[in-house]
Design a protein around this ligand. Structure first.
Ligand code: S3P
Length: 446
């Protein structure tokens, strides 16, 4: 690699040389789980007393959440790798009205959860915005059900697009059936429910990640989970949240890049330590194992209410996969790197029911089809998925993350097994969720 991009804010156009060939070996600890990191900051902010967060992800997305909270008077200690983060909670209704707009950066989780958290802050006015990508992403999925609870939120396209203005007001508990299985939507509604009048039940079409349910309960919220596969969640308002110590496990969505990289790179053998293995996130392991990948889960343990383990993965032959339905929410962020695995598997792989990928940080179906296509992959895009014919050797070329962190890292994995080197433009995007990714890649190469 010719350069090491430091930060997406300072080096918007960092381009990186990615060498093909060689292998991978050793041990890696991926940074803290992004979803759990956001929640620990947010729930710590609305609790009484201090919350201590160990292993918080020190990346751009959680920094956006912390910056928004600080702008509303929450004292959060500096966020640096290896340092526990201290959050001094202000209580359920203790936010000050911010003096300026709140910038959520690239982070959909920040904006959507913040909408739910702020909608019920009576008498206060708040405006949320974000970067170019976030200002294109649909917010009606949160704004419309919040409006059913009485929220007053306005924005472009009838409240669908940021900047969004929130006039905090009293909310009414209700029962809401969400249209998509989205943990961001569910979590926004659960946060709004904490101070609504009467109970709120959120019913999802399929089970999405349940970190909010687990952590809210640990903080003392009155929350019940019922229904088929935990798809009905009810919050009774009134409970006081108490500050906690939260231990954030490594992010399985970051581990996914190493799982696929080792599975497809001849001679590779990697151990990924301290990975969160919440069943609502482990779809990637099931799919890779069904492809014949040599993955072993060791040292299974429970850390602060979340299952954790170490993953050992070795190179081996892979066969195609077919995924869709209720599995999609359990691996929604891993589909870009699974597309890379599919390129190296025998047979035709299919991804279905994945329309949600079109409204992530980028349209990930289009971007992966375009970028892997440029490498010679036989990849076709459908409205809700991808078809990938594996076993065709990829060739190194000029690639572009198109500003998407998961695309950047997925393409880095593809470049490892290509014929000839590649150049990756906008490589700095990786810092949104995995600031040390390029250093880890250099270190693990053998
Ligand atoms: C997240 C939920 C997922 C995921 C995102 C993080 C969360 O989004 O794609 O990266 O922390 O709740 P949706 O649940 O909206 O699909």
């Amino acid at each position: 690699m010719s350069s090491s991009p430091a930060s997406a804010n300072t080096e918007r156009t960092a381009s990186l040389r990615l060498m093909a060939g060689g292998s991978l070996g050793g041990t890696v600890r991926v940074p803290g789980d992004k979803s759990i990191s956001h929640r620990a900051l947010l729930f710590g902010a609305i609790a009484e007393g201090e919350t201590i967060i160990e292993g918080l992800l020190p990346a751009e997305d959680p920094l956006s959440t912390a910056a928004c909270l600080r702008a509303m008077g929450v004292d959060i200690s500096p966020i640096e790798r290896g340092l526990p983060v201290h959050v001094q909670g202000v209580g359920l209704d203790g936010f000050q009205e911010p003096a300026d707009i709140l910038d959520c950066g690239n982070s959909g989780t920040t904006m959507r959860l913040m909408l739910g958290l702020l909608a019920g802050r009576r008498g206060r006015h708040m405006v949320l915005t974000g970067d170019e990508s976030l200002r294109r992403r649909p917010m009606r999925r949160v704004v419309a059900p919040l409006a059913e609870m009485g929220a007053k939120i306005t924005g472009r396209e009838g409240g669908n697009l940021a900047p969004l203005a929130i006039q905090g007001t009293a909310l009414q508990g209700t029962t809401i059936q969400t249209a998509v299985a989205s943990a961001q939507v569910k979590s926004a509604l659960l946060l709004a429910a904490l101070t609504a009048e009467g109970p709120t039940t959120v019913i999802e079409p399929a089970h999405s990640r349940d970190h909010s349910e687990r952590m809210l309960r640990a903080f003392g919220a009155d929350l019940r989970v019922a229904g088929p596969n935990g798809t009905h969640v009810t919050v009774n308002p009134g409970a006081i949240l108490q500050g906690q110590t939260v231990v954030v496990p490594g992010d399985i969505s970051s581990a996914a890049f190493w799982l696929v990289a080792a599975a497809i790179t001849p001679g590779a053998e990697l151990t990924i330590e301290n990975v969160g293995l919440n069943p609502s996130r482990t779809g990637i392991l099931e799919v890779l194992k069904s492809m014949g990948a040599r993955i072993e889960v060791i040292n299974n343990r429970d850390v602060a209410g979340e299952p954790v383990g170490d993953l050992k993965v070795n190179h081996g032959p892979l066969t195609a996969f077919h995924i869709g339905g209720d599995l999609i929410p359990r691996l929604v962020d891993e589909i870009p790197v699974l597309a890379v695995a599919a390129c190296c598997a025998q047979g035709i792989s299919r991804v279905e029911d994945a329309e949600e990928l079109r409204v992530k940080e980028t349209d990930r179906l289009a971007v992966m089809a375009r970028q892997l296509g440029a490498m010679g992959a036989r990849i076709k895009e459908q409205p809700g998925g991808l078809t990938i014919e594996g076993g065709v050797k990829l060739r190194g070329t000029t690639l572009d993350s198109e500003t998407d962190h998961r695309v950047a890292m997925s393409l880095a994995v593809a470049a490892l097994v290509a014929e000839g080197d590649s150049t990756l433009q906008q490589a700095e995007a990786a810092a949104v969720s995995y600031p040390g990714f390029w250093d880890d890649l250099t270190r693990l190469r053998t």
